[in-house]
Structures are given as structure tokens and as C-alpha cells.
Design a protein around this ligand. Structure first.
Ligand code: PRX
Length: 705
């Protein structure tokens, strides 16, 4: 036995050397084509424009994105790559991000809706904020931040707010002053906010008293008290906490205000009515914001994004990939507290002078038809959401879209690989077969899209992000730095060979971590001053068929190594989802003495379907048929719901811990922490033995990076 184990271990460690040689089993999907109607109106229809982004025109090609903005002073050099990997974009250029998103639209569009706010309670009407009103409110807020809060260019401020218009107003006011904002997702805890505030060195916090979420009023004020205390413990004093009220004139929290620390914005703003603040002309390289994201290990890192390059990239990709035109009503259902919301609710669309919809609540409140009612009411024609939301809406109301009279011309999916099964529902039912879909692969670090189809020019392929975005040159390497050639059916680590304007500048306060995490792995020569030697390591597994459509398999730590063969968890999950009874599926690795790791499957069923052995058998046989016996799950657990983050991602880490009799770690940040005990009992029975200290890869499995 011991010998067999040694042999397996030796084999596993040998296989580690060829880690990127992952066997993938995903059948090729047929293409879908954009309609003539869509093409006739699209922003990007000219193949000669695409040619301008060919590698020989790098980096100058990105001037085309920068030219979408108004600059106070033009840049002298597109890219300064003399100190890799600390790139400088649009060197010598000066601009202000707020001016670009607000002021410059006034001449032509001051009465146009910049933001349409849709409250979660359905009886409350949508509120329109025109560019004129946005201009006024942003200026008054900027005056308050400068003169009352004492914030100046280069200071950091932490914003912990829900999806209400005052969030983008505050962000833009910061941008006007050159104050670096760090927005923490509203659903994160006060502690999470406090840690981030401390890391960024913020001495001002901006909050809202509360908000509606999933039919409940969330009292947000107590979170601020915890954040202040947490930051203090970390050595960061918070001088002032400014509170917007969700309902002006009515404080809706039970929690008392702290004298001389807590202030209501509406009281202070009275003193700044009508004031204007000159937008601070910023160096293109001045940081615009920080966005914290979790790492595989250690504390969250503050991705620092620059003003010029980021805004140019957000605007360019919004124009050509989101296909935003002035008359469109664009709705991205993400939260502004994530990078998607920064780039594709606020900065990208507003830089283009578009109308951006802001929805306070969850998609399924009060029922799974809510998004379609909003779309019908506002005549939304561009829709942007995540596979998680799509799966959820499909599960809870698969036929609902048909009942509503809306018409999307364009839809986006982002954030996770989307199962072809789910993609087709999105296309056929949500998009009514009329809308083009872009599956956009990118990351917090990258500022904007890295892979996506060009909506009018490229056919769509379910489950594939598609070709690289304009000016992006990816490559897939194995663990040894050998290129995994297209069409081999092998997967590896996707990297981007060149810098681009949207890439983060560094990790706030930790340049070393920045270099180590993203550039060390495939750096050809650490002394080199040539950008070609410094590819960006995305930590995602990907496979590239002969047609050049990248399919992202997920984080490299989301891959299960079964007897030396690697299986994308998404692949197994996709197989499960092709069983009609299955609503959601999650696959986790379980330690197996012989095979190293084997997959274990968690599924939830569509409404009306009862758990049965027949369903389990069907799942097993489907996995075997679609993928092979190698992926045969050790067990199938039918669960009432999956443990999910507040942003809706399934927490595979928690399931992996349960499957492996390990401690689940901190589950307090889950949207539904109670489900964890239920699942543990279901999987392990009532009599639970002592929890084990499992291997590192399982501990880290599914961890948000
Ligand atoms: O694994 C990839 C996955 O989400 C990760 C980035 O997450 P985050 O920084 O939170 O940004 C999410 C919004 C851009 C990536 O490393 N991911 C993102 N988009 C896709 C995706 N996986 C597959 N397909 C996508 N379209």
C-alpha cells in the first residue's frame, strides 16, 4: 500500500512539472452569428480599424483609445517601458477623469440621463440624474470633500456604499480632486472595510446609512463603527465618517452618530450649494483608484489603477465591445463595488456620454422576472451580467423573459466561464435570439477586457471568451514556459505578452508582490528592459482551439488533478448542467489515496424536481459520457442551495472543506452562512469526527484569488 502511494506521489510530482498539460474534454460548440440588424448599427464594423491594432502597430495603436478622451495636455509618448514591469502610458499627458465623464458632455447632452437609478422596492420610481444634475452634485460633493473633509490630490478615501447614485457621485468627486478612491463592495463586512481602509491609509470613510437588499432593509451604519475600530487596531485613525442617507431627510439607522466623527452629508452639503471646483489636471500616470481583490494567500491586495491609461481603455472597450451609442440605454447589473462596475457602469459608459442604469437590489427580487420588467420599463437595449446571475434567473424563472416586451441588441457575460448550456439559454431566451453576446474575460488587475469577440465582426461560440481584445497578444504556456500551441487540446497558463493601458500600475504599497505575483513566473530575464521579456501571468487556465477562440477554464487553483490528469471543475459542472433537472453544480477535489484527487459533485435541483438516486445516476452517466471515466465523481450530493458569496459566486472552498472533513474557515462573509451546517450534516451525517488539517491545495481550492 505504502509503495503504491509512493508511486502515485512520484507520479503526481512528476506531473507537476507538466502542470499546464491539462487534458481537457469539452466538445466544440457551433458558432452563432451576429444579426444583420446589429451589424448595420455597430461601432466596430471596419476591418481596417482592427488591423491598426496588429502587433506591428503596438503600442501606438492605443492612441486610438486615448483620442476618445479630452486631454488638457497631449501625451508625448504612448508607452514608456523602460522600467519593466512598471509601465507608463501616455507619458506627459494631462487630463481629469471627472471632466471626461461629466463636464465635457454638458455642451451637447446636459439634459440627457447620465444615470437612471432603480430602487429595489418596486413601488419606488426610478430616478433620473441628467448630466447637468450630475455636474452640480459632483461639484458640490467635491467642494465638501476638499474643504470640509480636508482631502487633497493624492489622498486616499475609502467608500463603503451600496448601489445608490451617491456612490458614483462620490467617486467622480474624488476623481475631480485627484483623490484616490477605494470602493469596498457594500456587502463586505465592516472589518473587511476597515482592513482595506487601513491598508490604503484612508482617514476619511464614506458610507450610506442603509439600503434595500433582497426585500430587507440593511442597516449599514454599524458597519462603519466596526470599520473605524478595525482600522484603528491596524494603526490607522479615521478622522471623519461621512454618511449619505438613502432617503434624504430620514436617518434610517438605529445606530447613534458619534459626535465630531460622524457627519451627515446632507447637513454639510448645504454650505457648498452651487459651488464649483476646477477639475485638477492630473498626470496620465496619477493613480485614479484602488480596487482590493483577494490573493491566493495573504491579505487582499489593492490594485492601483492609473488615470489616463485606465480611462482610455475603459472608454475604448466600452465603445467597441459594449457597442454603446449615445441613444442606447445600457444596464450593467454588476455592483460598482467590483471592477466591472468601475469600468462598465461608471467610467467607461460615462466617458462616452451614455445612459447607465444603476439597480440597487438583487436580480431575483421580488421574483426572477424583475430584470425583465426593468428592461421593459426603461427600454434597456444593452445588458451586462454574470453567469451566476444568468444561472440563477434561469433556475428561478426560465420562461419569464418571454413574457416581457424588451429587446436587447447586445448582452455581456463576465466573471466566470459560462457553461454552453447556460449560454444558449441566455442567447435564446433572454436575448430572444436577437442579441449579440460578448463573453468578456478579464480581471480586477487588467482594468478592462482581455478576450472577447468583436460583437459585429466575430461569430460567437458558447463557452468561449473568444479572440484577444484589440491590442492584446495572449499566449498559453505550460509550466516550463513551452508554448501550448492552438488546436492541441491541451490547456495551460494564459499570459499576455504585452502591456496595455488598462493594466494596473502596481499593488498599493507592495511593488514586490506585484512583480512576484504577475511577472516573475514567465519573466525571461529580470534584468531586461524590453517589455517582450515581461509577460503578464493571469493565473488562469485556458485552452486554445485551432480557431483562435480562447476558452478560460478558471483559476489555476480551480483545477483538479485526477490521477495526474487535470480536469477543469467548470468542465465537470457544465456536464452536470446539461442534465435538465440540474439548476446549479459545483465540483470540488477530494483526497483519494490512489488517484491523488477525485472530483466530488454538489448539485441543486430545479424547482419541482425531487432528489433521487435516478438523478444522481443520470449525472454520473452524463459526466462519463461527456468527459470520460476519469471524471467519475466519488460522490454526488444533492443540496438545497450552494454556499455563496454576497456577489453570488459559489464558494467551492467551503464545499471542498466539507468533502474533506476540514475546517471551512471563515464563513461569516457568505450570503447564506446557515447552509454550511446543513450541507455538512447532509454529507457527513450527524456524528462528525474530528476535523482534519488537509493539504494546501484543497485548503486553497476555489479560493477567490
Ligand atoms: O478566472 C477568471 C474569471 O474571473 C477572474 C477575475 O476575477 P475578478 O478579478 O473578480 O474580475 C471579475 C470581472 C472581470 C479571472 O481570473 N473570469 C473573468 N471573466 C471570465 C472569467 N472566466 C471565464 N470567462 C470569463 N469571461
Amino acid at each position: 500500500m505504502a509503495k503504491a502511494r509512493q508511486k502515485t506521489e512520484a507520479k503526481a510530482s512528476k506531473n507537476k512539472l507538466t502542470e499546464a498539460q491539462i487534458a481537457v474534454h469539452w466538445k466544440e460548440e457551433k458558432y452563432f452569428y451576429p444579426s444583420k440588424k446589429f451589424k448595420a448599427q455597430a461601432n466596430l464594423t471596419d476591418p481596417s480599424f482592427v488591423k491598426k491594432f496588429s502587433e506591428k502597430n503596438f503600442p501606438k495603436c492605443f492612441d486610438l483609445y486615448a483620442q476618445l478622451l479630452d486631454w488638457d495636455k497631449s501625451w508625448k509618448k504612448t508607452l514608456d517601458a523602460s522600467n519593466p514591469p512598471f509601465w507608463k502610458w501616455f507619458v506627459g499627458g494631462k487630463l481629469n477623469a471627472c471632466y471626461n465623464c461629466v463636464d465635457r458632455h454638458l455642451a451637447q447632452h446636459k439634459n440627457k440621463a447620465a444615470l437612471i437609478f432603480v430602487p429595489e422596492p418596486e413601488h419606488e420610481s426610478a430616478a433620473v440624474i441628467t448630466y447637468q444634475e450630475l455636474y452640480k452634485r459632483v461639484n458640490e460633493t467635491a467642494a465638501m470633500l476638499r474643504d470640509f473633509a480636508g482631502l487633497k490630490t493624492g489622498d486616499r478615501v475609502t467608500i463603503h456604499m451600496p448601489m445608490i447614485p451617491e456612490l458614483p457621485i462620490t467617486m467622480l468627486a474624488c476623481a475631480r480632486l485627484g483623490v484616490i478612491h477605494s470602493v469596498v463592495f457594500g456587502g463586505f463586512s465592516g472589518e473587511a472595510c476597515g482592513l482595506r481602509a487601513a491598508d490604503s491609509g484612508s482617514r476619511v470613510l464614506i458610507y450610506a446609512d442603509g439600503y434595500h437588499r433582497n426585500g430587507k432593509w440593511v442597516d449599514h451604519k454599524p458597519s462603519a463603527d466596526i470599520a473605524v475600530e478595525t482600522a484603528r487596531k491596524e494603526g490607522q485613525d479615521i478622522d471623519k465618517v461621512l454618511f449619505w442617507k438613502r432617503y434624504p431627510g430620514h436617518y434610517r439607522s438605529e445606530s447613534p452618530m458619534i459626535v465630531n466623527r460622524d457627519f451627515f452629508v446632507e447637513d454639510i452639503l448645504k454650505d457648498y450649494r452651487g459651488q464649483t471646483v476646477e477639475p485638477v489636471s492630473q498626470d496620465a500616470e496619477a493613480p485614479l483608484f484602488l480596487m482590493y481583490t483577494s490573493g491566493t494567500t495573504g491579505k487582499p491586495k489593492g490594485c492601483q489603477h492609473r488615470t489616463g491609461g485606465y480611462l482610455a481603455y475603459a472608454a475604448g472597450t466600452s465603445k467597441y465591445y459594449q457597442d454603446i451609442h449615445p441613444e442606447d440605454v445600457y444596464w450593467c447589473m454588476a455592483d460598482i463595488g467590483w471592477i466591472t462596475g468601475h469600468s462598465y457602469i461608471v467610467y467607461g459608459p460615462l466617458a462616452l456620454g451614455a445612459t447607465s442604469v444603476l439597480y440597487e437590489g438583487v436580480p431575483q427580487f421580488p421574483d426572477a422576472a424583475r430584470p425583465w420588467r426593468i428592461a421593459e420599463r426603461l427600454d434597456v437595449n444593452i445588458f451586462h451580467t454574470s453567469p451566476t446571475a444568468i444561472r440563477m434567473l434561469r433556475k428561478a424563472g426560465g420562461d419569464e423573459p418571454k413574457k416581457y416586451n424588451y429587446h436587447f441588441k447586445h448582452m455581456t457575460t463576465v466573471g466566470e466561464p459560462i457553461e454552453p448550456e447556460v449560454w444558449r439559454w441566455y442567447y435564446e431566451v433572454v436575448g430572444k435570439g436577437e442579441a449579440v453576446i460578448v463573453d468578456t474575460w478579464w480581471q480586477t488587475e487588467t482594468g478592462g477586457f482581455l478576450c472577447t469577440t468583436k460583437p459585429a465582426l466575430d461569430p460567437m461560440k458558447p463557452g468561449s471568451a473568444g479572440p484577444p481584445a484589440l491590442g492584446i497578444y495572449p499566449v498559453i504556456w505550460d509550466e516550463n514556459g513551452q508554448e501550448v500551441k492552438p488546436g492541441t487540446g491541451k490547456a495551460g497558463n494564459i499570459c499576455i505578452r504585452n502591456p496595455w493601458p488598462g493594466i494596473m500600475q502596481t499593488i498599493w504599497g507592495s511593488s514586490e508582490r506585484f512583480v512576484n505575483q504577475y511577472y516573475k513566473k514567465y519573466c525571461k530575464n529580470p534584468k531586461s528592459k524590453d517589455w517582450r521579456d515581461w509577460p503578464y501571468y493571469a493565473a488562469d487556465g485556458a485552452v486554445l482551439p485551432a480557431d483562435g477562440y480562447y476558452r478560460i477554464l478558471g483559476r489555476v487553483d480551480d483545477v483538479i488533478n485526477v490521477a495526474g490528469h487535470r480536469l477543469g471543475t467548470k468542465e465537470v459542472e457544465s456536464a452536470c448542467l446539461s442534465v435538465p433537472d440540474i439548476a446549479e453544480a459545483a465540483v470540488v477535489p477530494v483526497v483519494d489515496e490512489i488517484k491523488g484527487r477525485v472530483p466530488e459533485v454538489y448539485i441543486s435541483l430545479k424547482p419541482g424536481v425531487s432528489p433521487s438516486k435516478a438523478v444522481k445516476d443520470k449525472v454520473v452517466s452524463t459526466i462519463e459520457t461527456i468527459i470520460g471515466k476519469i471524471a467519475r465523481p466519488k460522490q454526488i450530493h444533492i443540496v438545497p442551495d450552494m454556499p455563496k458569496t454576497r456577489s453570488g459566486k459559489i464558494m467551492r472552498r467551503v464545499l471542498a472543506a466539507i468533502s474533506n472533513h476540514m475546517d471551512t474557515g471563515d464563513i461569516t462573509t457568505l450570503a447564506n452562512p446557515d447552509i454550511v451546517a446543513q450541507i455538512r450534516e447532509l454529507v457527513q451525517g450527524r456524528v462528525t469526527g474530528p476535523l482534519q488539517d488537509g493539504p494546501e491545495d484543497i485548503k486553497l481550492f476555489g479560493e477567490e484569488k
